[in-house]
Design a protein around this ligand. Structure first.
Ligand SMILES: [Zn+2]
Length: 380
């Protein structure tokens, strides 16, 4: 049996989607261990900080510059700039453990120096507004992938979460954005976008696509996940699907049980906020808590089920991991924060993956796609 620690440490471990910047702009200090557990007035629960990344053997992480689709355009641009600034500050304050990285080679170089590479990704293209010039500016600031939209339709394309679609795929501006991202070598992230938008990206992008944090619909049938046809198309174009750790995308049973609970108790929950001393509402919510505790948590092994399926469909060169930590309020059992990442390596070893395959999934595959996108940009 291979030694988990040795295999994990030999890999360049890359997490392609981490929402740490959401915590950084609230004032989290990542150079120390961020305190766990929510106490009013104290910092809320986080799943990532530099010491826990170290413990989890993480060599590189894409920090997501996330903006909500509910923000007005100028507010989105401002928020994105604040997040970029917060990332630069956090890395500067922890220069003995982390460094900003721009190219795929830096992940390997920084690992040799004992530094964690922090890459910048942008989750939602709203901050570029309708300006390719702003897109270029964000590239210059270090953004190396852009998730075209988030939970709503935007100027670029439609979202998988929007009940009504605005464009039926990419907008005319969105097609220009794709061409410019190809020219720059900025990766196109298809997580969160609608199926029609996805197929338009396949049609129009000259560079391989990435899904930085998406699971398999064949296992958990939610629109936010990817069908086998989509996974196959990403692989055929030379891209990569990075499996998300969010239990709602991992397991249908968990999702339906949780949904039944919210359907049944949400009204009481809202009513209780206005009337917290009502004995009836308190009794109802105590019942909800009891039911909640009875829902079986999703094991970290479910993440590896999705890896298995994606590998079966796409091949071992086209699968990776994108935790979504600090952007999710529920975690798999046994994978509660980034420090526990080696459990995935252990499970892949147990399931018979070779050391080489594990290294690919843990990081090499994504770094290779970054290289390919740059080759397209340079016309090679
Ligand atoms: Zn996301």
């Amino acid at each position: 049996m291979m030694d988990t620690r040795a295999v994990h440490e030999s890999a360049v471990v890359l997490d392609s989607h981490c929402d740490a910047p959401c915590m950084l702009i609230k004032g989290a200090d990542f150079s120390g261990r961020v305190p766990q557990g929510y106490t009013p007035g104290k910092f809320p629960l986080t799943q990532v900080d530099f010491p826990r990344m170290r413990k989890g053997g993480v060599d590189a992480s894409f920090f997501a510059v996330y903006t909500s689709n509910s923000l007005l355009p100028d507010a989105a641009t401002r928020r994105a700039l604040e997040m970029v600034a917060a990332i630069f500050d956090a890395v500067e304050h922890a220069s003995d453990v982390a460094a900003i990285a721009l190219s795929p080679e830096e992940a390997y170089e920084n690992k040799k120096k004992g530094l964690i590479s922090i890459y910048l990704g942008m989750e939602n293209g709203a901050p570029i507004q309708k300006s390719l010039s702003l897109l270029r500016l964000f590239y210059r600031l270090g953004i190396r992938y852009m998730t075209l939209t988030h939970c709503g339709n935007n100027e670029i394309c439609d979202s998988s979460s929007a009940p009504e679609k605005r464009w039926g795929g990419l907008s005319p501006f969105g097609r220009k954005v794709i061409a410019e991202m190809n020219r720059l070598g900025m990766l196109i992230d298809v997580s969160h976008i609608s199926d029609e938008s996805f197929w338009d990206c396949i049609r129009y992008s000259e560079a391989p696509l990435v899904a930085t944090h998406s699971c398999c619909r064949a296992i958990a049938n939610v629109p936010r996940n990817m069908s086998d046809e989509m996974i196959r198309a990403v692989a055929e174009n030379g891209g990569v699907v990075q499996i998300n750790f969010y239990p709602f995308f991992l397991d249908d049973t968990f999702t339906s049980e949780e949904k039944a609970l919210t359907d049944r108790f949400d009204d009481a929950d809202y009513a209780w906020r206005d009337n917290p001393s009502s004995p009836d509402l308190q009794k109802t919510l105590a019942q909800a808590a009891e039911k909640q505790a009875g829902i079986r948590r999703v094991s970290y092994k479910r993440v590896v089920d999705h890896i298995d399926h994606a590998v079966e469909i796409a091949g071992v060169d086209h699968v990776g991991i994108g935790s979504d930590f600090d952007g999710i309020n529920v975690t798999p059992e046994g994978l509660e924060d980034i420090s526990m990442l080696p459990v995935l390596t252990e499970e892949m070893i147990r399931r018979g993956y070779s050391e080489q395959s594990i290294r690919k999934i843990l990081g090499e595959n994504f770094l290779n796609v970054m290289k390919k996108a740059r080759d397209v940009a340079e016309g090679r």
